[in-house]
Design a protein around this ligand. Sequence first.
Ligand SMILES: O=C(O)[C@@H](CO)OP(=O)(O)O
Length: 337
Amino acid sequence: MSTAISIHHFVIIPQEERETYQRLKQLPLRTVSYNTTLLSPSKNTIPDNSQKKSNEAALILIRHGESLWNAKNLFTGCVDVPLTEKGIEEAIEAGKRISNIPIDVIFTSSLIRAQMTAMLAMIQHCRKKVPIILHNESDQAKSWSQVFSEETKDQSVPVIPAWQLNERMYGELQGLNKQETAERYGKQQVHEWRRSYDIPPPEGESLEMCAERAVAYFVENIEPKLAAGKNVMVAAHGNSLRSIIMYLDKLTCKEVISLELSTSIPLLYIFKDGKFMKRGSPVGPTEAGVYAYTKVRHRFYCSTIFIFFEFSVLDGSLCLQRLAQYRQKLDDESLKK
Ligand SMILES: O=C(O)[C@@H](CO)OP(=O)(O)O
């Protein structure tokens, strides 16, 4: 139901950003009418695929929310454990942050924590398309999960599970407590097993070995979708995503050591002309450990205060659009640096 609502958006801009904002205020703006649904915090601007330039696509990477073994501080690797309640909330929150970005296809690992995260996030999506897991474990599984209505297919988003995106196999550390393992083998040794590029944990995979399958899968299966203009979400794991980010950002073996990913924080990349451009997280305040947060955007969120008051629909929507343009401008500027 479309209900008129009054909202006025005051923005207090930090001194050093005021000039840019003044310039942005002069930009010509499309007027839109909002209904109550669209005015919820995560649903203020809805880009449409039809407006998207064909040679450009969005890539969202998301590490799963907190798992039961994350909460117990156990090495998990390829052991298939579900999310905690906190992990579920994190996934829902992540979904709110990306709810305005149209998603054409989702890739997940074959592990339940990544799949839960993708599904819970999609429930928040403004388009309300249904994520459907495409089972490919056997021909029968494929054939038995077919959908026979084009209209229903249109209202769904395919979810492709791939074991290649699984967490790195932690070998004989799986199920051990991280703190106790550090006490037993020494902090330095355990840090090398956890974060180095080429030192594998006992009987497990190094990041390099994990990259051999995860990055190869990304290049062969995910990049072609992006090149075809499809927006893709990848729900995976701390280390499989570290290896993919290493590839996207061309990080060195040394740089990747300090790359840490928070649980369930969506990272956004734009794929354009064969290149990946890192963007800040789509919406929301800064958080410790958010890898893709740009410096400029971080400063913006830290020093800007938003106050909402009742006013008119038109002024409210204009203000929201200007703010979105302002954020975009900050990201574009930060990308040039
Ligand atoms: O236990 C694991 O599988 C991973 C991710 O949670 O841990 P680490 O941070 O040590 O790579």
